[in-house]
Design a protein around this ligand. Structure first.
Ligand code: NAP
Length: 257
C-alpha cells in the first residue's frame, strides 16, 4: 500500500526542484499526479518519467499568477484524472534585493508568483474539494517566511504572507466542516535551480554567500529536494489527518538558533 494510494494530486512548479521531487514521490506512493508548470517541455518530461515508471501522471501548463490559468489548470486536472484530493502550491521565484534596491516591479512580480498564486490555488481547490468530501492543501512557504534576510525583502514578504494566509484558510475550512486541511512547509536552503540562480545573481559575492549560508545550517550542509518532498508527502497523506494550520519547518536546524 502506498501512503497516498488512490489520491489525485496537483503540484505546481512540478517541472524541477522540490516540485519535481514531490511529483515523483507522490506517484511512487500511489497518487495520480498532475504536474503543472510554466515550462511545458520540462513539465511534460516529469509526467512522462512517472508514466514510464508505472505511475499515472498528466501535465497541465499554467502560470500560477494568472487566475484564468488556474481555472483552466484545475479543469485539466479534474477532467484528466477525475478529481482533486491534494494540491501542492509549490511554484515560486526569488528576486534578490534589499528594501532599498528592490523595485516596485520586482516586488509585485514576487507577490504575484509566490502569494497571489497560493490564494488563487487554495480558493479554487477548496471549491472542488468541498464538493467531494475534503482534501489536503500544502503551501510552500520558507524559513524566509519566519525570519528576515536583508537581501530578500520581497521574497520575505511573500513567504510570510503564505504562512499566515495558510492559517486563515485552515481555520475557515475546519469551521465550515469541509474536511479540507491546509498547512505550510518551511524549507531551509535546498539545492535546486532556484537557489543556484539566486546565488549566481550575486556575482563575485556568490562563493562567500554560499559558505555563510551553509554555516547557518547547524547540520553543516544544504538540504536536498527529497528532504522537503517527504514532509509534503506526510501532510498530503491521511497520516496527518489531525494536522491543519500548522507549519512544518525542514531546515537542518537553521531557525533553531
Ligand atoms: P525551482 O527549482 O526554481 O523550481 C520552481 C519551478 O516553478 C520551476 O519549474 C519554475 O519554472 C516554476 N515556475 C516559476 N514561476 C512559475 C509560474 N509563474 N507559474 C508556474 N510555474 C512557475 O524552485 P524550488 O527551489 O524547487 O522551490 C520550490 C518552492 O519551494 C518555491 O515556492 C520556493 O520559494 C520554495 N522554497 C525553496 C527553497 C530552496 O532553498 N530551494 C527554500 C525555501 C522555500 P521556470 O524555471 O521555467 O521559471
Amino acid at each position: 500500500m502506498g501512503r497516498v494510494d488512490g489520491k489525485i494530486a496537483m503540484v505546481t512548479g512540478g517541472a524541477m526542484g522540490i516540485g519535481k521531487a514531490t511529483c515523483l514521490l507522490l506517484a511512487r506512493e500511489g497518487a495520480a499526479v498532475a504536474v503543472t508548470d510554466i515550462d511545458t517541455e520540462a513539465g511534460e518530461a516529469v509526467a512522462r518519467e512517472i508514466n514510464e515508471n508505472g505511475g499515472k501522471a498528466i501535465f497541465c501548463q499554467q502560470d500560477v499568477a494568472s487566475e484564468q490559468d488556474w481555472q483552466r489548470a484545475i479543469g485539466c486536472v479534474v477532467s484528466g484524472l477525475g478529481g482533486l484530493d491534494i494540491l501542492v502550491n509549490n511554484a515560486g521565484i526569488v528576486i534578490v534585493g534589499t528594501v532599498e534596491s528592490a523595485t516596485l516591479k520586482e516586488w509585485q512580480k514576487t507577490q504575484a508568483v509566490n502569494l497571489d498564486s497560493v490564494f488563487l490555488g487554495t480558493q479554487q481547490a477548496i471549491a472542488v474539494m468541498k464538493e467531494s468530501g475534503g482534501g489536503s492543501i500544502v503551501n510552500l512557504s520558507s524559513i524566509e517566511g519566519i525570519i528576515g534576510e536583508p537581501n530578500t525583502a520581497a521574497y520575505n514578504a511573500s513567504k510570510g504572507g503564505v504562512r499566515i494566509f495558510t492559517k486563515s484558510a485552515a481555520i475557515h475550512c475546519a469551521e465550515q466542516g469541509y474536511g479540507i486541511r491546509v498547512n505550510s512547509v518551511h524549507p531551509g536552503y535546498i539545492q535546486t535551480p532556484l537557489v543556484e540562480n539566486a546565488v549566481c545573481s550575486l556575482g563575485k559575492d556568490a562563493d562567500a554567500f554560499v559558505q555563510q549560508v551553509i554555516a547557518r545550517h547547524p547540520v553543516g550542509h544544504l538540504g536536498e529536494a527529497d528532504d522537503i518532498a517527504y514532509g509534503i508527502l506526510y501532510l498530503a497523506s491521511d497520516e496527518s489527518k489531525f494536522v491543519t494550520g500548522s507549519e512544518l519547518v525542514i531546515d537542518g536546524g537553521y531557525t533553531a538558533r
